[in-house]
Write a protein that binds this ligand. Structure first.
Ligand code: ADP
Ligand code: PAZ
Length: 386
């Protein structure tokens, strides 16, 4: 599938390699690197070294990682064929990243990097002063949509949902979500859809066509809140640790359920006894507090944040009269508990009318979209190298 609008052959007409897209978020910086496979001898030594360094390693320094399972091969971008690599590091490590870029000779080679996310503004000066690089800035929500639509077309297993074997939504319970099965979803006719980006905070968009979308809602209770509260309440230090703890815990020891208040279901309004009535609602009781473990607390934070996001997503979908809700962002990384809870919540509360959808490259669409936008822009401008 072709992405550029011109019909030129590859070579010096295009922006010189290396091609990167960078999304500098509130917590993580995502880097998408396009590795050309149709090499024609144009590669200089520095580019070759950068390519080797990025593609032969899957860890960079202490905090940079390449998500090798997400690599996409045989992609054509601007008439160049190659592979897409997906790399992330904490935004707090930006200083070390800039030092590395300098050490690897990037600063001599690249004059402009395309960047999106809040950090494209926050760190613009650091890029200029420390590595003499200009940031060409793209809007993060424009890039997000562009990247996800591109990935959906180029990666046949991109979109999936969780399937319950129970026919009636009413019979599905929050307990049974553990048995949800992951299934591929044909997202080739995507519009309209609600897009919920769960990063440090949460943005909710109504997307009606590639260039027609609105940011309709958002909440500050997002992935950053989960991680921050977990670190405070359990003493953990990383997202992976927080998720591990949550996997072994039970929110019912922390939250007040409808049945803790009603003794059973609140039938008049269809509230099942197992529904959380009040998140953390038992933690004012000394005996209950004495019994909870850090695993229970981590699970309760995860369920609290996820349910709140699910609720906002569902209300947004009802308001916009849209039945497909796509969840993206790194909060969902290695986090099946939240994905299954969101799938359950969409299905249960809409009585089967709404569907929660998920995407494999969940946190990388902003970086990918910005790489595509930059190349298109350069291509349309007829840039012959800088
Ligand atoms: N390795 C990680 N380190 C920190 N947070 C992570 C990590 N993996 C997943 N997360 C979660 O992803 C969130 C950031 O998501 P992301 O989509 O990258 O947003 P942002 O653009 O705001 O950085 C964090 O708040 C956290 O909940
Ligand atoms: C400001 C942001 C767009 C930044 O994006 P992020 O780095 O969190 O992915 C996002 O955090 C957000 O939408 N926060 C919620 C703001 C609100 O609507 O209350």
């Amino acid at each position: 599938m072709e992405n550029c609008s011109t019909t030129r052959n590859h070579g010096s007409h295009h922006r010189p390699m290396p091609w990167f897209g960078m999304d500098i978020g509130g917590t993580l910086t995502k880097l998408v690197y396009f590795e050309p496979k149709d090499l024609d001898g144009e590669e200089g030594e520095i580019i070759r070294n950068i390519r080797r360094y990025l593609t032969k390693n899957s860890a960079y320094g202490k905090t940079g990682y390449r998500d090798t399972h997400l690599q996409v091969d045989n992609v054509v971008i601007c008439r160049r064929k190659g592979s897409l690599h997906f790399i992330r590091f904490p935004t707090s490590e930006m200083g070390n990243f800039l030092s590395l870029a300098k050490a690897k000779g990037m600063a001599e080679l690249v004059t402009t990097v395309c960047a999106t996310g809040g950090g494209a503004y926050k760190f613009e000066r650091n890029f200029r002063d420390e590595v003499n690089m200009k940031l060409d800035k793209f809007d993060e929500l424009d890039s997000l949509i562009k990247g996800m639509l591109f990935a959906e077309i180029h990666y046949s297993t991109e979109c999936y949902y969780f399937h319950s074997s129970s026919a009636s939504p009413a019979r599905r319970s929050a307990e049974s979500i553990i048995n949800y099965e992951k299934k591929l979803y044909d997202f080739s006719q995507p519009f309209p859809f609600i897009l919920v980006n769960v990063g440090s905070g949460v943005s909710v968009l109504a997307v009606r066509s590639p260039n027609d979308y609105r940011r309709i809602s958002g909440t500050s209770l997002g992935g950053g809140t989960f991680l921050g509260l977990c670190c405070l309440l359990t003493g953990c230090d990383t997202f992976e640790e927080a998720i591990q703890l949550a996997t072994k815990g039970d929110n019912k020891k922390v939250d007040k359920l409808v049945k803790d208040i009603y003794g059973g279901d609140y039938e008049k309004f269809g509230l099942p006894g197992d529904l959380v009535a009040s998140s953390f609602g038992q933690m004012h009781l000394k005996d209950k507090k004495a019994q909870v473990t850090k695993e229970d607390l981590a699970n309760a934070v995860l369920v609290t944040i996820t349910n709140n996001i699910g609720s906002i997503a569902r209300m947004s979908a009802v308001h916009e009269k849209i039945d497909k809700v796509v969840f993206v962002g790194n909060f969902l990384r290695v986090n099946p508990i939240s994905m299954k809870l969101l799938a359950f919540a969409m299905d249960y509360w809409s009585e089967g009318e709404m569907k929660a959808l998920f995407l494999q490259h969940e946190g990388y669409f902003g970086a990918l979209g910005c790489l595509l936008e930059f190349n298109e822009k350069e291509d349309n401008n007829g840039v012959a190298g800088k």
